[in-house]
Design a protein around this ligand. Structure first.
Ligand code: PHE
Length: 339
């Protein structure tokens, strides 16, 4: 064995190309290699147990050494080879940048997965909606002041660009009936003057759960699970009364500021809380519009601002970047979880 080791080291030291190293490998470790034959031809029967053991140990040592030395020699040849290529280091590199997912898409996919885990279907509403579903079916009749805060773009055929994903609530109820657990993320539009935190085009994710005996406890449970998974830690939430004609009671769900943990900082405007998710129990009139018996069933709904959430999660201070089409901005966000 010692002899084989020495011979191998000598041979390798003389090798001057990858081909030669490969030949050496075959000569020693190949099927009919020197080392392989040592094993095949060993007369185990005539050995004592101790001899057999020693032979095994020596053989393995030699084999491991041979493999390591050959690998080393191959790496050496490879490195030498790459150095010998004539490279012009002043040439520009090939641009191998791959496309990437938009930060809103990343956060939407993450949320879809979380809700999937809680048994919610993922539905898609329509960007262009009938006035009835965007307003009237949500208990916002034509003369209701809430319409004023959600002015939007009207099409010449009388349809509109939806002002919120809630516009799909009644359609979803009619289409799927009860029990219903669904989210519908999507693009929304409002007639806004644009600034760092307002856009005329933004994203929301609506959630709707309708079944027997659905209460505020279910709403809080789902919201806490959701926030815990997004921010990867337990978050403290509180409900404040909030008014939306299509929920009763209606709330603003705040979460304790994740930056200062409630002590007060510029992000939470020193209040310790961040307003995050408007929500509430579905108004009986809305259930009725959705052909659901409001005596028997109840439900909750929430309208999460996806754009807002992406701004918080990724620390983006300027909303206009989202629709800017600027690849330098889009490429900065790592996919998290299983995405
Ligand atoms: N659609 C409301 C908005 O855009 C948010 C909301 C959704 C409130 C669901 C309550 C329940 O302002």
């Amino acid at each position: 064995m010692k002899q084989i080791q020495q011979q191998l080291i000598d041979d390798l030291s003389k090798a001057s190309s990858m081909k030669e190293v490969e030949e050496i490998r075959v000569r020693y470790l190949g099927k009919k290699g020197l080392l392989t034959l040592q094993w095949k031809n060993a007369d185990f029967k005539s050995m004592s147990p101790d001899e057999r053991k020693n032979f095994g140990i020596e053989f393995n040592k030699t084999k491991n050494l041979a493999e390591a030395k050959i690998r080393e020699a191959m790496e050496k040849q490879q490195a030498a080879g790459s150095r010998s290529i004539d490279v012009d280091a002043t040439l520009p590199g090939t641009d191998r940048r791959l496309g990437c997912l938009h930060p809103i898409t990343l956060i939407r996919m993450e949320l879809e997965e979380i809700f999937h885990g809680m048994g919610f279907k993922v539905l898609a509403g329509n960007d262009v909606e009938e006035e009835f579903y965007n307003f009237d079916a949500l208990n916002i009749p034509a003369d209701h002041p809430a319409r004023e805060t959600q002015d939007t773009f009207w099409l010449t055929n009388g349809m509109l660009l939806r002002t919120h994903t809630s516009a799909y609530q009644v359609r979803a109820m009619k289409k799927f009936g009860t029990p219903l657990r669904a989210i519908f993320p999507g693009r929304c539009f409002r007639y806004e003057s644009v600034d760092a935190s307002h856009e005329n085009t933004f994203y929301q994710l609506e959630g709707l759960m309708v079944d027997i005996d659905i209460s505020i406890a279910n709403l809080i449970g789902v919201m806490k699970t959701l926030l815990g998974e997004i921010f990867r830690k337990e978050v403290t939430v509180r409900l404040r009364p909030g008014f939306f004609p299509f929920v009763e009671p209606g709330f603003e769900l705040d979460c304790q500021c994740l930056i200062c943990e409630g002590r007060g900082c510029p992000t939470c405007k020193s209040t310790g809380w961040i307003e995050l998710i408007p929500c509430g129990l579905v108004h009986p009139k809305v259930l009725e519009y959705g052909s659901i018996d409001s005596e028997k069933y109840s439900g909750f709904a929430f309208g999460l601002g996806l754009t807002r959430l992406a701004m918080m999660k990724f620390g983006i201070p300027e909303i206009r970047l989202f629709n800017s089409g600027d690849i330098r901005f889009y490429g900065q966000f790592p996919a998290s979880g299983s995405i």
